[in-house]
Design a protein around this ligand. Structure first.
Ligand code: ATP
Ligand code: MG
Length: 423
């Protein structure tokens, strides 16, 4: 791809793509850097017959389309001023200047059109050693942009690397300031990236790092002291709530990791000490579901995710506690609505390894509709006058439907009347 853009002066491949290529991984997206200012990049790309869009002109970024695929081309930048948030930047003259403002050595490597590697900060050495190390003075780099404290943990979890000693020390020192200085949207975006990373990435390492830095608890106060909440060893040989939740996050499919992270969020507020030496958490799923809207608002999660989290957190104990009778399954299906699949994935991630296989049977959906079949219009057709009397009949019919799997309107109607006359 470097050849197709060779009309750009001092063209280099940069950032995560170089890192992934050198690690022998498939790079996600290719980002390029050039000495040409953005207007010049647009002009040259058009001249070469390529589509261009000014996607981030103020940062120097132009998107170039090659074979209908987008590539970001960014003008070399250098820091001119910093004030604890993002660095203020100006166009730079050299790739070295540009690499100097990147956060970690493994992401501060460039590759030129001849395939030569430019690696002024020993990124390849750190890659081989499996180390995340800040470029330059770590505390200074974290103060320039506190999000980097979180990014360090994400990269360590993604590649199974260790954070280098001085970098970790600076991260601990900077940690209490992170959330006051960084927009929560950027923090949530890091969670999303950590959750989406392919194996061998371990999102639990990212989360435990944030817990040890007391960032996770500041973000979501219900995580406070979760490592002290011991659980019944019969159900939870892994021990405390934090360890359990992090294991479930790792086992859950990437798209359901928020659900895993928040499924037991009601445990802290419901913890009751048992003389046996552990806590029980009666009603934690209900309490947890009630906490979700506030947490989702704090984290700026999209509303469809918030709505689903309310359901999954609220219902996650149903398959654990009920006997998998067809009636129980129908009732569960009715409550779960369109969220049955995620509840199943969560149930498997939650219980893997500690539940007998028969329990999975619960999730073979019952092959009958679980929406109410007997409706008001059926009662009108049978001579009932619309009014207060409708409610109890419809409710009794629906209960009978879920209980027995009955789907015939007339039989549901008769059963409802019989139930009500029995009182
Ligand atoms: P991924 O795309 O998997 O998150 P990445 O390394 O590509 O990893 P991006 O956020 O896409 O990360 O950024 C691309 C490159 O830009 C990084 O490799 C890094 O060199 C630089 N960079 C990004 N964000 C920052 C930041 N907050 N501070 C300093 N450099 C950064
Ligand atoms: Mg990237």
């Amino acid at each position: 791809m470097l050849e197709r853009l060779s009309f750009l002066p001092d063209l280099h491949l940069v950032g995560g793509a170089v890192r992934d290529i050198l690690l022998g991984l498939e790079p996600e997206d290719l980002d390029f850097a050039t000495s040409a200012p953005p207007e010049e990049v647009m002009r040259l790309a058009r001249q070469a017959g390529l589509g261009v869009a000014p996607t981030g002109l103020e940062h120097g970024t132009v998107t170039v389309l090659i074979d209908h695929r987008p590539y970001e081309v960014t003008t070399f930048r250098r820091d001119v001023e910093t004030y604890g948030r993002r660095a203020k930047v100006a166009w730079g003259r050299s790739i070295e200047e540009d690499l100097a403002r990147r956060d970690f050595t493994i992401g501060a490597i460039a590759m030129d059109a001849q395939g030569r590697v430019i690696d002024p900060y020993g990124g390849q050495r750190d890659m081989e050693a499996g180390v995340i190390r800040a470029v330059g003075d770590p505390l200074e780099r974290f103060r320039e942009d506190y999000l980097r404290v979180i990014r360090a943990g994400r990269f360590a979890a993604r590649y199974g690397f260790q954070i280098e000693k001085e970098t970790l020390k600076a991260a601990r020192e900077a940690a209490p300031k992170v959330l006051a200085h960084v927009a929560v949207e950027r923090v949530t975006a890091e969670f999303n990236k950590a959750f989406a990373a392919p194996p061998p990435a371990q999102p639990s390492r990212f989360l435990r790092y944030l817990y040890e830095l007391e960032i996770l608890q500041r973000l979501i106060p219900e995580f406070e002291d979760n490592h002290l909440l011991l659980q019944n060893p019969h159900w939870h040989p892994e021990g405390d709530v934090l360890t359990h939740v992090l294991e479930v996050v790792d086992r859950a499919p990437p798209q359901y990791r928020w659900h895993a992270l928040l499924h037991d969020i009601g445990k802290r507020d419901t913890a009751r000490w048992k003389p046996e030496g552990w806590y029980s958490f009666p009603g934690h799923e209900r309490v947890g579901a009630a906490l979700i809207p506030r947490i989702a608002r704090d984290l700026r999660l999209p509303s469809h995710l918030r709505d689903e989290l309310v359901v999954t957190t609220g219902l996650h104990m149903v398959p654990v506690l009920s006997k998998p009778t067809p009636a129980a399954i129908r009732r569960f299906q009715a409550q779960a609505g369109p969220h049955l699949e995620v509840l199943k994935a969560l149930f498997e991630a939650d219980g893997a390894g500690r539940r007998p296989k028969e329990a999975w049977a619960f999730f073979e959906p019952q092959p009958v509709p679980v929406q109410p079949i007997l409706m008001g219009r059926h009662l009108i057709a049978r001579g009932h006058r619309p009014g207060k009397g409708f409610g109890p009949i419809l409710k009794a019919a629906y209960e009978h439907q879920l209980e027995t799997g009955e789907t015939d309107v007339e039989r549901l109607y008769q059963a409802a009347l019989a139930r009500l006359s029995r009182g």
